[in-house]
Design a protein around this ligand. Sequence first.
Ligand code: ARG
Length: 471
Amino acid sequence: MAAKSKKSTAGAAWSGRFAEPVAARVQRYTASVGFDQRLAQHDIRGSRAHARMLRSVGILSQADLTKIERGLSTISREIAAGKFKWSLEAEDVHLNIERRLTALVGDAGKRLHTARSRNDQVATDIRLWLRDEIDEIAALLSALQKSLIGQAEKHAGTIMPGFTHLQVAQPVTFGHHLLAYVEMFERDRERLTDCRKRVDTLPLGAAALAGTSFPIRRERVARELGFARVAQNSLDAVSDRDFAIEFSAAASLVMLHISRLSEELVLWVNPRFAFISLPDRFCTGSSIMPQKKNPDVPELARGKSGRVFGHLVGLLTLMKGQPLAYNKDNQEDKEPLFDTVDTVKDTLAIFAEMMAGVKVNAKAMRAAALEGFSTATDLADYLVKKGLPFRDAHEAVARAVRFAEGDGATKKRDLAELTLAELRQFSDKIGRDIYRVLTPEGSVAARKHTGGTAPAQVIASAKAARARLPK
Ligand code: ARG
């Protein structure tokens, strides 16, 4: 007498197979509706396209399609208005919507899942969603680039020290320094655009794993949803998450670049540098030290890069041991992806505005560029141009620097502060024209080749970078 079980399992999509309902703790453990409801509008778009395709091959009647489309529109409005009742018992976004659809339109709602599985459904939803998010992130990246380019143009001639080993090395312009980040973010945009190509593939039609016995038309669904192509292997279609990992890797590099910039901002606002100040609305004070203005935003962004890198490693680990095809492990792909997208978008939006508001202390930057004999290389280059072999020039300048360092009795001077007679002790090739070479302005102006720091070159690079941005 197995026919009558005492506890009802009605309501769950697979209820007929089970003799007792799922344990409450297990229900909570396995449910994803708490987070995957974020995919709801994309799920509805996918369902609509699937239903229309089923109609086009005669699997659904026109009457059923009309009901399904009307029901899905109602659900879409309910969700947008925050009126939809999500139920843990229905496990995930897909079953919640299907259950509501059936309540609204009856049997037609139960027919929607013909020739489909949640496995190809969820893979489709994530791709639809991520494609939109990638477009938004790419737009935010170009907004940040635009704000950096604007500052670079303003500061094409602003002298600052260039560093190696965080020691003053040679003078550069602040504009040139900022354009380095524009290049990084340009590569980030390229990577996202490239990753988007592989996101842009339709898994729907793979069903659970083996495809379906119904005469479906996957190309029609792809066209309707704007996918560039249809996944070519049903097993791969439901189990592939490469696209999510690739996206996380690209997002990690975005955050890595943001983190490097953040580190520099933190240094530059420090009074010992005092190179820049950030707008007050991007800083906070201390609850105990009234004098403080802390660069919280760059610090937090530097910190948040860690969680995005963590999500990348999490997704790699999630996939590494999975046999073909779909496994429930994959439900764990969503939260890291959602958090990555939220973190990157918030960070980029804030940085685009913050970087446009950076105020530069040109005097402090220039003074710092004069420290540490930053034009020593220029003196060596000068001697080479006068016929000295580079190694000999290097040696002559090294001796000049040692002399300029002073010996306790004489105080330390910059090379430009030595008299001509003093300089000529180290090479008789040195003439009066050396003083133009030894200023930071002379040093940067001389580096006027492609990729160099000369103000004219910075203006040209900024213009070229602007031209690469989407209109
Ligand atoms: N919520 C599931 C996920 O995110 C949907 C697919 C479930 N498929 C299954 N066979 N249990 O992966």
